[in-house]
Unconditional design. Structure first.
Ligand SMILES: [Zn+2]
Length: 170
């Protein structure tokens, strides 16, 4: 069982920040049409990333602007439905009946063929203790895709051939 300790600091009074916040003067226009090919592909259980012509970085999910060179990527590239765990952490939830803390993995995936990562869900049956960086995973599609990122229900663990080879050699 994992025990977590939290530090709670009490303040005598609420802190105040003087100043003007001219939020109403900002307007954001988000052009969703740019993502239409990506959403359409998801609905067909296909994955595509956006490639930057300037630095060849492939972003998945697609980014409107390349973070490296600040240009708009415009080349769609097909990606496989496999990838690997780039990093991970644990979410803790208290069991209502036993009061025990249970850990659930939260993973960042790097899709094969893409250079970026994104936070997503792992198969809920996989224990936190069994997750590792480099773990090969595969998309588990929703039965009825609707054309959004939720169409990826979660990532499933696939057989790790390199691990098997190691075991045989030991
Ligand atoms: Zn770039």
């Amino acid at each position: 069982m994992v025990k977590l300790e939290y530090l709670k600091k009490e303040y005598e009074k609420t802190r105040q920040m003087p100043g003007k916040w001219p939020l109403s003067s900002y307007r954001y226009k988000f052009n969703i049409t740019h993502f239409q090919p990506f959403l359409k592909a998801l609905k067909e259980k296909r994955l595509i990333g956006l490639k930057c012509r300037s630095c060849n970085t492939v972003s998945f999910p697609p980014k409107l602007v390349c973070g490296k060179c600040l240009v708009q990527p415009d080349q769609w590239v097909a990606l496989r439905d496999t990838g690997m765990v780039a990093t991970f952490t644990a979410n803790y939830m208290k069991d209502e009946t036993t009061g025990e803390l249970q850990s659930f993995p939260v993973i960042a995936i790097q899709q094969d063929g893409a250079d970026t990562t994104f936070l997503t869900q792992l198969n809920p049956a996989v224990k936190f203790e069994d997750v590792y960086v480099g773990m090969p995973v595969k998309v588990k599609w929703k039965n009825q895709p609707e054309g959004n990122l939720g169409d990826i229900e979660y990532y499933d663990v696939i057989d790790d051939a390199t691990k098997k080879m190691k075991l045989q050699n030991e």
